[in-house]
Design a protein around this ligand. Structure first.
Ligand code: NAD
Length: 457
């Protein structure tokens, strides 16, 4: 444990204990500062994301900058309502009295971000932590080098340094920061590191929110609107070159419909990114050579029916379709997290839920179908963090929906009020009156008191 890290967290904790982060006006000011930082430095953020991931400006705006701005504005709009006591009913036995939940901040929290949406995935949890009245340490992913450096330089200029700190670095720095005691840890990233985070948190009995990943299935029934379905699958799969935790990982489709769907997907890829996506300004790059090599290895011994081209210099991999991969191949065992889409065909679409249920619970599940009964069947027979029917990833645009996984795809949730609640303790309060005090619960006990007790219970 480094002395420097211990001093950092001690400093934040003493500021938290001063009560300075609790007034709503103070929280509002910090949120407005974060908004101002995002707006003033929009071009710097776009540039950093371009360097890290080759993100197009519009994509950066949609999924990172605009997303964060909406999140801040939503929190500013609802902050007062969220912080109010939440009234609950009080049973007869505790009358006269009243009961409520009183949200209170947790204290000093740690937020660890991932590299694929390196701006938004770090700062959206921070919005929730600020709104709830906490101090925070944020740890950007070291793999998104430019975005990490930008956040480390900007955040201290806009937010109160006594309350918020950025710790940059990789395994060593994260291991170091994890030795400190926090009141909550929100981690976004893969499952293996998720377990490391949870073990470190257990040392201090610190609660965790783990935003993990997994293989998110996309079921396409033959009664879907083919053109819209293909457009939405291509948009959600190849945004950020497939490096999205909620991107469709693989498609399940009936044998008889597979050719039509594949053709429609290929057409949309060409409409969106041209005949050579390497030349498109709108198509991203793989974060680093290690991940590119990982993705290339997934294509070994597979039936690549579209794409597959790689340019190592550019960290480029084309939008790629693989038909009916071996179910026990790495492509179908590991989360792909890149621009490869396996198309798995089934005899009957009704087999889709069995296929999904034989695997770990996914972060997101997509179904394209007009059939209400199939929609109900999939909803009731499978489990996933989120489900989106007839679109991909659009559920992320609704701040009223919680975002988080289930089982191996994570635990806990955030976005909007859900994030506020994650970084709050909902303190249970009961308030009694003293003007009326029957003695039924006090010794000495008697048959009469027992009768009364049973009556009012
Ligand atoms: P990553 O390599 O950026 O790691 C995430 C964080 O963990 C980083 O801040 C990193 O510094 C830290 N870390 C790495 N190794 C560590 C160690 N040994 N000890 C302590 N900390 C360590 O990201 P990744 O794991 O490659 O991310 C990809 C995964 O994240 C995918 O599974 C994806 O689905 C998931 N993901 C989930 C979400 C979500 O919101 N649910 C969002 C994005 C990514």
């Amino acid at each position: 444990m480094s002395v420097e890290m211990a001093n950092l967290v001690t400093g934040l904790r003493s500021f938290y204990r001063s009560g300075a982060t609790k007034p709503l006006n103070w929280r509002r000011h910090q949120l407005q500062q974060l908004l101002s930082m995002t707006q003033t430095h929009q071009q710097d953020i776009v540039q950093a994301l371009k360097l890290d991931l080759g993100k197009a400006e519009q994509e950066s705006w949609l999924a990172e900058i605009g997303f964060l701005e909406d999140d801040i504005n939503h929190s500013l709009k609802h902050l007062q309502k969220w912080t109010k006591p939440r009234k609950l009913s009080t049973p007869m036995v505790a009358q006269p009295g009243s009961s409520w939940l009183q949200p209170e901040p947790l204290g000093v929290v740690l937020i660890i971000g991932a590299w694929n949406y390196p701006f938004q995935l770090l700062l959206a949890p921070l919005v929730a932590a600020i709104a709830a009245g906490n101090c925070a340490v944020v740890k950007p992913s070291e793999l998104a080098v430019h975005t990490s450096a930008l956040i480390a330089s900007l955040l201290p200029r806009y937010l109160d340094r006594q309350a918020y700190a950025v710790v940059e670095g990789g395994v060593q720095e994260t291991t170091d920061v994890l030795t400190q005691q926090f009141d909550h840890i929100l981690y976004t990233g893969g499952e293996t590191v998720g377990k490391i985070i949870m073990k470190a948190a257990a040392e201090h009995l610190t609660p965790v929110t783990l935003e993990l990943g997994g293989k998110s299935p996309c079921i396409v029934a033959s009664d879907c609107d083919l053109d819209v379905t293909a457009a939405r699958i291509v948009w959600s799969k190849w945004m950020n070159a497939g490096q999205t935790c909620v991107a469709p990982d693989y498609v399940l489709v009936e044998h008889a419909f597979a050719d039509k769907l594949i053709q429609a997907i290929q057409n949309k890829i060409t409409v969106f990114y041209g005949h050579n996506p390497a030349d498109s300004d709108d198509y991203g790059r793989i974060i680093n050579p290690r991940h590119l090599a990982r993705l290339q290895s997934y294509l070994q011994d597979q039936d690549v029916i579209f794409g597959g081209q790689v340019d190592e210099q550019q960290r480029y991999m084309a939008p790629t379709l693989v038909r009916n991969p071996a179910i026990d191949s790495p492509l179908m065992r590991e989360e792909i997290f890149g621009p490869i889409l396996p198309i798995v065909s089934l005899d009957n679409i009704a087999q889709a839920s069995d296929f999904i249920n034989q695997r770990a619970k996914p972060l997101a599940l997509y179904l394209y179908s007009r059939s209400e009964s199939l929609q109900q069947q999939i909803l009731t027979s499978t489990s996933a963090g989120s489900v989106c029917i007839n679109d991909g990833m659009m559920f992320m645009a609704n701040p009223d929906l919680p975002f988080g996984g289930v089982g191996n795809s994570g635990m806990g949730r955030y976005h909007g009020r859900w994030g506020f609640d994650t970084f709050s303790h909902l303190k249970a309060v009961m308030k009694r009156s003293t003007w009326f005090d029957v003695n039924w619960r006090y010794p000495p006990f008697s048959a009469g008191k027992m009768k009364l007790l049973k009556m009012i219970k």
